[in-house]
Design a protein around this ligand. Structure first.
Ligand code: MIG
Length: 638
C-alpha cells in the first residue's frame, strides 16, 4: 500500500514516475512534528534549533535499512545522516554526507514500512542519534512529498517503491567485464601498456578508464595534443583488442577564450548565473570555470550533445565526475579568503587565531555561501542552487543519457556518475566514490551495495583495491575476491599511490584467476542483473531480506545474498586465514581456486570458521539453486 502526502510547495524532482493520488490529512504511520536538532558550532558551543519534521518510534528489534550511498551499516540505526551531495574523499564513519541523496528508509520489524522523502536539498535522517529509540527526519524547509509504503515483507516494500521510481539502467554487457582505471595514465602509450600487459598475461579485460590525463588542460571534450596525439587511432587499436576506453567528463567547463564549449555556453547563456545575472565563476581542476546549467533542459541537452565529439570516434562509455557539484573555490570566495587571511599576517597566531586561519583556507571549498550564490533555470523558474542541490549530478547524467539516445541511437552506451539522486538510476549507474586502500572499505563496499540495491542503483561498484592510499597485495586480492561479484568491477586508484594493476604483483596469476572466475560467471551475473531489474528486485540483498525470522541473519552486516542463490562472505581482515560465516540454512559451500571448483561441501545451518587462503573464493549456495559457470573468455562476448 502506498500513501502520498504533499507538504508546502515541493520542487518537482522526477524521482517518481507515476504519482498516486495524494492523501489528505496526516499519515498514521509517522508523526509530523517539530524536532530538536542539537549540534556544536565551530567554537564548541551547544546549539539547538527546532525543525519541522517527522518522528518515528523504533522498537528494540527494528532494523532501519536504506539511504543507498551512505556510510556505516546496512542497518542505519545509530547515526545522523545528512543527504546533501558532497565531494567527500574521506569516507569515514564520522561523516554525514557522501555523493548521493537516496532519501529512502525501510523500517523492518514486526511491520515493514518504507518512507521516501522526495526533496531535492538537505535532509537529515537522525536514526537513533539524538535518542536511541527515535528516528527523526527533517528537511531544510518544509516543502516536500512523502511516500509511505507498507507491505508484508521488506522485499515487497522495496518492490513497491521501485515500481514507483521506474526500472533501473541496464548497461551494455561488456560493462560487466573487468575495467582497469587509474588517475595517471598520462599518455597513449601508458594506455597501450595497460592493454598489452593484460592481454600478454591473459588477464581478462574489457575496459580502460581515462581520467583527467587525456584532456587538454582539463577541458571537457578535448584530447591532449602532446600526450594523446593519436587519440582516434588509440580508440580503434583498443577496439581491435576488444577493449573499450571509458573517458571521464567533469562538470566544470574551463574559462578560456577561443575554447568552443566555453564560448558557445557563454553566448547562449547556458552557464549558471549569479544573482545579478552574470555567469557564476568558480574554480575546479582547470582553474576558473563555469557550470553548464544542468537543470535547464536546453542547456543540459547542449552539453550532452558535446559527448558526440567522443562517441564519433568510437567511444562508448563515460563516467561523470565532480557533479555534486564540487567547487574548489568561487571567484568571490577566494578573493574574500585572501583578504581575510591578510589580517592574520603580522600577529602571533595563538590557539584561536591559528585554527581560524586554517579554517578560512579550508572552508573556501564546497561552501554553503557558494551554493547560495548561483541560480538555475529549472522547469521555467529561476531557482537558487542550494534549493535543488541534490539534482545537479542527476540532471547532468540524465541529459547525457538522453543525448546518447539522440546521437548514438543504435548503441547502448555505458554511463556511471559520481553524484546521484533517486531517479538517476533509470539513466545510469554510479561508482561508490573516493574510498581508500583500507580493509574497512571492503566491508563498506559490501554494506553500501546492499542499500544501493533498494533504491534502484543496481549497477554500482567501489574502486577495487581502494582509490586513495597505498594498496597492499593481500588487500587487492581480498577486494577482488569480493568485487568479482559486483556489477561494476573496476580497479581504480589515485595518481599519488602505488600502482594497482594486478600485473605489478607477485601473485599476478592468483589475481588473474579471480578475474577469470568473474568471466566464467558473467553470463550468470548478467542474466540475474537483468531479471532483478525487470522484477524491481534486489541483486545484492542483506541476509535479513531472505531470512526475516532469523535474528542472527537479520543482524549480519558482513555477508550478503547474491541473486537469492548464494551467500557471499568476504574476508576483510588483514592476515586472516578465513572467517566465521553464519549460514541461516543448509547450503553447499563451493570453493573456487584458479577459477575452478576445487571443493563442494555440505554445511548445515550454523556458524563455522571457514578457511579461505588468499585467492580462494567460497560461496554458499542454497538448496535447489544453481550458479551457472561458463568457459572463460578474455573479453565479454555476446
Ligand atoms: O577530486 O579525476 O572520484 O575517481 O580519479 C578528484 C580525478 C577528482 C574524483 C573521482 C576519482 C577521479 C578523480 N576525481
Amino acid at each position: 500500500m502506498i500513501e502520498r502526502y504533499v507538504y508546502g510547495n515541493p520542487i518537482e524532482t522526477e524521482a517518481i514516475l507515476t504519482k498516486p493520488q495524494k492523501q489528505d490529512g496526516e499519515s498514521n504511520l509517522i508523526t509530523h512534528t517539530f524536532v530538536k536538532n542539537t549540534y556544536k558550532d565551530m567554537y564548541g558551543n551547544d546549539k539547538v534549533e527546532e525543525k519541522e519534521g517527522f518522528k518515528y518510534t523504533l522498537s528494540e528489534n527494528d532494523i532501519v535499512y536504506g539511504l543507498g550511498q551512505q556510510i556505516r551499516g546496512i542497518n542505519k540505526r545509530g547515526w545522523k545522516y545528512k543527504n546533501y551531495n558532497s565531494d567527500q574523499p574521506l569516507q569515514i564513519e564520522s561523516q554525514e554526507s557522501l555523493y548521493g541523496a537516496h532519501n529512502f528508509v525501510l523500517v523492518s520489524g514486526k511491520k515493514h514500512i518504507g518512507f521516501f522523502f522526495d526533496y531535492p536539498t538537505a535532509i537529515t535522517f537522525d536514526i537513533g542519534y539524538t535518542d536511541m529509540d527515535e528516528m527523526y527526519i527533517y528537511p531544510d524547509d518544509f516543502n516536500l512529498e512523502m511516500y509511505v509504503i507498507t507491505g508484508e515483507s521488506d522485499i515487497s516494500v522495496v518492490k513497491e517503491f521501485r515500481a514507483l521510481i521506474g526500472k533501473s539502467y541496464i548497461p551494455p554487457k561488456w560493462a560487466f567485464g573487468y575495467a582497469q582505471s587509474r588517475w595517471g595514465y598520462r599518455t597513449s602509450d601508458d594506455v597501450r601498456e595497460v592493454a598489452r600487459k593484460h592481454r600478454e598475461n591473459h588477464i581478462p579485460l574489457d575496459a580502460i578508464n581515462l581520467d583527467l590525463d587525456y584532456l587538454d588542460n582539463y577541458k571537457d571534450f578535448t584530447t591532449n595534443p602532446e600526450k594523446f596525439p593519436d587519440f582516434k587511432e588509440l580508440v580503434q587499436e583498443m577496439k581491435d583488442m576488444h577493449i573499450h576506453l571509458v573517458p571521464i567528463i567533469d562538470a566544470g567547463v574551463k574559462e578560456e577564450e577561443g575554447y568552443d564549449i566555453f564560448e558557445e555556453g557563454k553566448e547562449k547563456g547556458y552557464f549558471v548565473k549569479d544573482k545579478d545575472g552574470k555567469d557564476f565563476r568558480l574554480g575546479v581542476w582547470p582553474g576558473y570555470c563555469r557550470f553548464p546549467d544542468m537543470l535547464n533542459e536546453e542547456a543540459g541537452a547542449w552539453f550532452a550533445d558535446k559527448y558526440k565529439f567522443l562517441t564519433d570516434m568510437g567511444i562508448d562509455g563515460f563516467w561523470n565526475d565532480m557533479n555534486e557539484p564540487a567547487i574548489f573555490y568561487s571567484d568571490k570566495g577566494i578573493k574574500k579568503m585572501y583578504e581575510d587571511i591578510d589580517s592574520y599576517k603580522d600577529i602571533s597566531l595563538d590557539a584561536t587565531t591559528f585554527f581560524e586561519l586554517k579554517s578560512k583556507v579550508n572552508s573556501v571549498s564546497n561552501s554553503d555561501d557558494d551554493y547560495k550564490a548561483f541560480y538555475h533555470n529549472y522547469k521555467g523558474s529561476n531557482i537558487r542552487h542550494d534549493k535543488v542541490h541534490n539534482l545537479f549530478g542527476y540532471n547532468m547524467t540524465k541529459a547525457a543519457a538522453l543525448g546518447f539516445k539522440r546521437n548514438v541511437p543504435n548503441k547502448n552506451i555505458l554511463l556511471y556518475s559520481r553524484s546521484s539522486y533517486v531517479g538517476m538510476h533509470r539513466y545510469s549507474g554510479i561508482w561508490q566514490g573516493d574510498n581508500n586502500s583500507w580493509w574497512s572499505h571492503i566491508l563498506q563496499n559490501v554494506k553500501m551495495s546492499a542499500n544501493l540495491n533498494m533504491v534502484g542503483f543496481l549497477y554500482n561498484g567501489a574502486d577495487l583495491g581502494g582509490f586513495g592510499a597505498n594498496v597492499t597485495e593481500d588487500l587487492l586480492i581480498r577486494w577482488l575476491s569480493f568485487g568479482l561479484f559486483m556489477p561494476l568491477m573496476r580497479n581504480h586508484s589515485a595518481f599519488d599511490c602505488r600502482g594497482q594493476e594486478v600485473y605489478r604483483y607477485k601473485n599476478m596469476d592468483m589475481m588473474a584467476s579471480l578475474i577469470r572466475l568473474r568471466y566464467r560467471l558473467i553470463p550468470y551475473i548478467y542474466e540475474k542483473f537483468v531479471s532483478s531489474v525487470n522484477n524491481d528486485d534486489m541483486l545484492v540483498a542483506p541476509l535479513g531480506f531472505l531470512y526475516p525470522d532469523d535474528e542472527i541473519a537479520r543482524h549480519t552486516e558482513d555477508e550478503v545474498v547474491f541473486g537469492y542463490d548464494f551467500i557471499i562472505a568476504p574476508v576483510y581482515e588483514q592476515n586472516a586465514p578465513g572467517r566465521n560465516v553464519y549460514l541461516p540454512e543448509d547450503v553447499t559451500m563451493i570453493r573456487f581456486r584458479n577459477a575452478e571448483i576445487v571443493e563442494k561441501t555440505e554445511y548445515k545451518k550454523g556458524t563455522y570458521f571457514v578457511f579461505m587462503p588468499l585467492g580462494d573464493v567460497c560461496i554458499f549456495v542454497r538448496k535447489g539453486h544453481a550458479v551457472k559457470l561458463c568457459e572463460c573468455t578474455e573479453w565479454v562476448t555476446d
